[in-house]
Design a protein around this ligand. Sequence first.
Ligand SMILES: Nc1ncnc2c1ncn2[C@@H]1O[C@H](COP(=O)(O)OP(=O)(O)OP(=O)(O)O)[C@@H](O)[C@H]1O
Ligand SMILES: [Mg+2]
Length: 452
Amino acid sequence: MKAVAELTIGNPKLPKWSSIHSHISGLGLDDNGKAKPIASGLVGQVEAREACGVIVELIKEGKLGGKGILFAGPSGTGKTALAVAIAKELGEDTPFVSINASEIISAENKTEIMTQAFRRAIGIRMKEVRKIISGVVSELKYIKKSSPFLPQPVLGGARLALETKSDKREFTVGPEVASQLQSFGIRKGDLIMIDAETGEVRRLGRVKERSSFAFDIDTERQVEMPDGKVQTSREIVRTFTLHDIDLSIAAQRAAFTIFGFLSQERGIDDEIRRQTDEMVKKTTQENKAQLVPGILFIDDAHMLDIEAYSYLTKAMESEYAPIIILATNRGITTIRGTDEKAPHGMPRDLLDRLLIILTKPYSQDEIMNIIKIRSDELDIPLTEGALNFLTKIGLERSLRYALQLLDPAKIFSMRRNSIKVEESDVENASKLFSDIKESTTFLEKYKELMIK
Ligand SMILES: Nc1ncnc2c1ncn2[C@@H]1O[C@H](COP(=O)(O)OP(=O)(O)OP(=O)(O)O)[C@@H](O)[C@H]1O
Ligand SMILES: [Mg+2]
């Protein structure tokens, strides 16, 4: 258990999504799981969004570990966007790992990268008791000390008194804590909390009795004078991933060997993973921790090869498995590493384990609304003419291409000293940048010329 206690706060972070999905904040469903036509940055794709809502519910109930989902639909129909929306709905406490199949295929050690992705996608939630100091500031005096390097005195610490209804304690804190108090602008009457182990300071609000001064702004969060002891312990919940624990065990082990200088990532081996699994099993059985299966999202999954697919199928059945979400825009295609053709280029035994969600092409109205949302997000105002023209491009060429023209079109409008993008700006941008159809035809034509 020691390994875990020594980890720094390991809340699995949401992956950094490329900015093309920055307008998406969730699935945009109502309380009954019905998709609102336009909400949380999403437009249309109603059935798929509602299906995603069911998945989110199942995940929250812990009922979907080891299952697989496949998003299948043409390019630009929002498969990646829906994965982003699911991640946003689940929040930071549920691990969400996103990887592109090409990263797996190009890796030196495919099994290792997949194992790691799997283990990053499984969380374990633990309750931990931490010592804290909390109360209302009744005195605060900074201590200055002279510095051998600087002409003026520097912050050397602070003397601090904290009060509750029934307790009062005085402390002398070091410069790290003092500088946090200073930078948060902590003053008498503020309710604060200090983590006794890390020294982290948090301002929780301003106590009511002391806020009655005329100059106090009333937007501040007002809190009651707390009860209880100033120095206490509090239970906090933290989530780590299996990979976090692997890393911490590896780091501990490395510290005891002459190979301590080797990178931590390399230090993880099967033995360490076995140790982690055992520990997790024990703590969950003793009800000290709870398993949180997260999501492993593999985009452009048709690019995986037969070796990766067998790993995936097998791993899905292992004791600790996250929910696998795959996305593909391919119909029938060859399974990489074989001569066999199959739906989505995936082996049958994997396909049989997947729930499939289809994403359909958008209507003209939906395309227009998506373009509107993106132009708002990018702060690129469009005239009605420009919006109509972009919608036409989205419909006839591709949505992705229409969205990509927004930034270049803005450059043209700026050259005209206009804050609004007009039809002509879009036209200029589309003349300079071609879509994939155009570039392919161009090269095909060129090939013919070369042969002649
Ligand atoms: N329903 C939607 N509402 C709002 N924005 C959307 C919606 N669907 C797609 N988008 C946006 O349109 C662009 C293209 O969508 P996305 O990348 O998700 O398509 P995809 O299905 O993953 O395509 P590909 O198969 O090429 O990977 C993105 O910027 C995405 O955020
Ligand atoms: Mg995609």
